[in-house]
Design a protein around this ligand. Structure first.
Ligand code: MRU
Length: 353
């Protein structure tokens, strides 16, 4: 299977696939301006926790590459400004902040050591590229680790999009599904449409069809039916932020799937790189992004605004919900599989003890 990279640094430009237009059209965009890239993250041209982390890191690279001066202080100021702008795009996925901190830290280290603007510039670009490369490597590793949990004949339910389009490439939960398929396991996938933005219907189905992995689409309202009818063997989905308690934020609708899985004794796994684990934030500090109400009032068709309701109705549009640890069978990362109690296993995984 060929790995699609939805966002990439090519020369002094960032190019990305505008996922709002998938599956209708493959529109690739490019920019030299980190502000334009920040807008692309905000508007969900690029989306998915690891993908927005990689995009933010490339935004820092753009700021470094296109800062016109050669003075170190000016460059560092430009990087701080870019970090600020990029961090204000989406609040919930921790990968974005993790990537920005990692690149900024590298810039500060090199500035202290060597002190030349060009050295800092190169270091920022190299660090951003390393984040992209390592994300793909982590996904491949998680794929192999997670595939052990899948048996030939399994039907796996997944939610939202956790594939190449949500990461630097290959995918997290979809990476596990891909790896199991590549190992020759005969599996089937049930994909939820994932309203309001339909990442499941538009992106997951598109990716699985490209790979030839059997997929059936259901609306979000059919999960209970599918599980009570014995159609689902396992659930694999992603995460936007995992807390040390084991609570995790993921695409809206994840929580109801977890409840149903528990009720029907269906194993429920979340798959994410350790860059998605946030050792600092507690449950009461977690910010759930609230998005534009029109996402709910209309269907996600980028060519034309079609209202599916009375246009001025009040709506609720949280982009994520939180699933508590008691509903999670295990958490798959590139470092292995964490089992409950998560406040012990996740700390151990991050080497915090
Ligand atoms: O709002 P999105 O599309 O950025 O949300 C994406 C998800 O919730 C994914 O399931 C999550 O980022 C895991 S992606 C590997």
């Amino acid at each position: 299977l060929e790995i699609l990279k939805p966002v990439d640094l090519v020369g002094d430009e960032v190019k990305w696939l505008d996922t709002r237009f998938v599956p209708w059209e493959e529109i690739w965009r490019k920019t030299k301006d980190y502000r334009r890239l920040a807008q692309a993250i905000k508007d969900m041209e690029i989306r998915g926790a690891p993908a927005i982390g990689v995009a933010a890191a490339f935004g820092m690279a753009l700021a470094a590459l296109h800062y016109p001066g050669n003075d170190l202080e000016g460059l560092m100021e430009e990087l701080r400004k870019a970090k600020e702008v990029l961090s204000k795009t989406r609040p919930t996925a921790v990968n974005l902040f993790w990537a920005l901190d990692r690149v900024m830290k590298k810039a500060e280290e090199v500035a202290k050591e060597k002190g030349s603007a060009d050295e800092v510039r190169n270091a920022v670009v190299e660090e951003a590229k390393a984040i992209q490369r390592e994300d793909i490597e982590m996904n491949m590793k998680m794929g192999k680790i997670g595939a052990k949990l899948i048996e030939s004949g399994d039907t796996i339910l997944t939610h939202c999009n956790t594939g190449s389009l949500a990461t630097a490439g290959y995918g997290t939960a979809l990476g596990v599904i891909r790896a199991a398929w590549e190992e020759g396991k005969e599996i089937k996938v049930i994909a939820t449409e994932t309203r309001p933005v339909d990442q499941g219907a538009r992106l997951t189905v598109w990716e699985l069809k490209r790979d030839g992995i059997p997929v059936k689409l259901i609306s979000d309202t059919m999960v209970g039916y599918a599980m009570s009818s014995g159609l689902v063997d396992k659930v694999f989905l992603g995460a936007d932020r995992i807390l040390l308690s084991g609570h995790f934020a993921n695409k809206i609708g994840t929580y109801q799937i977890a409840i149903l899985a528990k009720h029907h004794n269906v194993p429920f796994y979340t798959v994410a790189p350790t860059s998605t684990i946030d050792p600092k934030t507690t449950l009461d500090q977690l910010i759930i992004e609230q998005r534009n109400p029109d996402e709910v009032r209309t269907c996600p068709y980028p060519y034309q605004k079609v209202y599916v309701t009375v246009p001025d109705v009040e709506v609720l549009n949280p982009a994520f919900d939180v699933t508590p640890p008691e509903l999670v069978t295990a958490i798959v990362t590139e470092k292995g599989i964490a089992y409950p109690p998560y406040w012990v296993s996740l700390r151990k995984m991050l080497g915090l003890d």
